[in-house]
Design a protein around this ligand. Structure first.
Ligand code: DER
Length: 234
């Protein structure tokens, strides 16, 4: 099975949690795309009714619009029934890294107010600890004096051999999020240890908007692998 087929399997399994009448958080990324497509299909087939979607990015907003999924926002729905979204890393405690697609702020806002947050991944996303994949842990920052903020972020994790890089777009210019901010990607050489302490230290920096560690947020993680689908509950 290809990685995308595994993503689709996990996504379709998650959509089984969707009931008519729900207000849903619609995730962003290549895995969540399958879930949003599936929700659109079930609505079209009449198998789901009275669904309202709250998108976590402009990209998902566009996708949901094209599928005819009725959309709303957090101002109208400050509490949601269920969110379905992918992740970049999942540790054994179901803590996540998200945001390599650049949507972490709106994702965290939406997924932080859902009664259930179902994460969908292929098995390649499972890690022993956050940062173990050697890939980025994104932090959304304001553009003002970004170098200053990036250096302060790096120094927070100097003992973990942290490298901080401003994320660039395909045009070589700084990547700009849906919210008009920049992203600094943090790379760790060693385990950063206490994630709550790491989160608090990042968020205390004026200039930081939000980071990509989603701690104690996932209620269920659906993992699709070669040997089948596993549903992990918190
Ligand atoms: O950027 C994001 O937050 C995405 O949801 C990411 O965490 C997962 O993207 P993928 O499903 O394309 O791997």
């Amino acid at each position: 099975l290809t990685q995308d087929e595994l993503k689709k399997i996990a996504a379709y399994k998650a959509v089984e949690f969707v009931e008519s009448g729900m207000v849903l958080g619609l995730g962003t990324g290549s895995t969540a795309k399958h879930a949003v497509d599936r929700i659109g299909e079930l609505l079209r087939l009449g198998k789901l009714k009275n669904i309202v979607g709250v998108p976590t990015s402009k990209k998902t907003h566009e996708q949901a619009l094209s599928l005819g999924i009725p959309l709303s926002d957090l101002d109208s729905h400050p509490v949601l029934d269920l969110a379905i979204d992918g992740a970049d890393e999942v540790d054994p405690n179901l803590n996540l890294v998200k945001g390599r697609g650049g949507s972490l702020l709106r994702e965290k806002m939406v997924e932080g107010v859902c009664k259930k947050f179902v994460v969908i991944v292929d098995e390649s996303k499972l890690v022993s600890h956050i940062g173990a994949s050697g890939l980025a842990m994104p932090v959304e920052i304001i553009p003002f004096c970004w170098k200053f903020t990036a250096e302060r972020l790096r120094m927070l994790f100097e003992d973990s051999g942290c490298v901080a890089k401003l994320r660039l777009g395909s045009n070589g210019e700084p990547f700009v999020t849906d919210n008009g901010n920049y992203i600094v990607d943090l790379y760790f050489k060693k385990d950063i240890g206490d994630l709550k302490a790491a989160s608090d230290s990042i968020l205390r920096l004026a200039g930081v908007v939000e980071h990509g560690m989603f701690l104690d947020m996932a209620t269920t993680v659906i993992v699709a692998g070669e040997l089948g689908v596993e549903v992990k509950n918190r």
